[in-house]
Design a protein around this ligand. Sequence first.
Ligand SMILES: [Zn+2]
Length: 343
Amino acid sequence: MNAVVAADFDIPSAGDVQQIAPGILWLRMPLPFALDHINLYLLEDGDGWVVVDCGLFIPKTVEVWERVFEKYLEGKSVNKVIVTHAHVDHIGASGWLCEHFSAPLYMTQKEYDWVSGFLQEQAQFSGDVKAERKAFYHRLGMSEKESNKLIELSANFVGLFSPLPEKINPLEDTQLITIGEHQWQVIVSEGHSVAHASLYCEALGLMISGDQVLPRISSNVSVGPHDPDGNPLLSWLTSLERLQSLPAETLVLPAHNFPFWGLRKRLDQLIEGHQVDLRKLIPACHEPKTIMQLVKVMYDRELTLFDLLLASGECLAHVHYLLHQGKLVRSLSSDGCYLYTTV
Ligand SMILES: [Zn+2]
């Protein structure tokens, strides 16, 4: 039996909303990617509304938001903008929304610092930064042509952000936020991003999970040039296990796909999916392999450039997990690529 049961709601079309519970609205924003949408939520908060996640800052998002303001806010304003994490599909339009409503932005400090650093680095993209990125991709066994394309791709994301507010209201793990008549607990997780905040309301039995738990797809867990020796998969698996303590009957409101029941079973599935990948990598490294060779072991399909960005980072995250466990060792080839070998 499938672990996940889709909740019985129609998917809202662009500019419309679907009521999940009184005062809890689900809406969708289009994304111009293979993953073509993000789910956002509006929570009624007395004489205003709280927005959770924002969409990209592109004309289409602004158009959809303006239709939603007109049709569904009942003349009330937005009094808080919360972003679960700083990936551009979640945070892109936040600066615009905050300015439009003079509303404060709530997110974890670590996410804000990470995205501020990323935007600053891109704005002053120096030769040193480019050389460092190229060296990172070269060590994965990537050609110069591929690494140049990936560097260019990352730079393109900058145009999808509205200017961020200079100050935020930092969210902390276990913090309680009162929204309307209910309290929502912040749950901070690491692995997909540096400090992702989910929101859990015990009284309503609801969790707004951001990218932390998705029903159909597995969130990307990547090692990238900003933390080239990191072990995010360990943090990610720990964060999934921690969520097992939430009630099994929680209705999960994720940022992609659809609202669903089956939280604990989905967490088991996600953890098992990573174990399957880890089990593939160990025998593949009986002969020394680069990350680019291991990407082919983990992903048995053609990859677009965007897929390659995610897949190479995710493959490296799995390899680092095994390195930290002492199951693989790393050496340097004569042409300066890292090779991984089973112990
Ligand atoms: Zn994300």
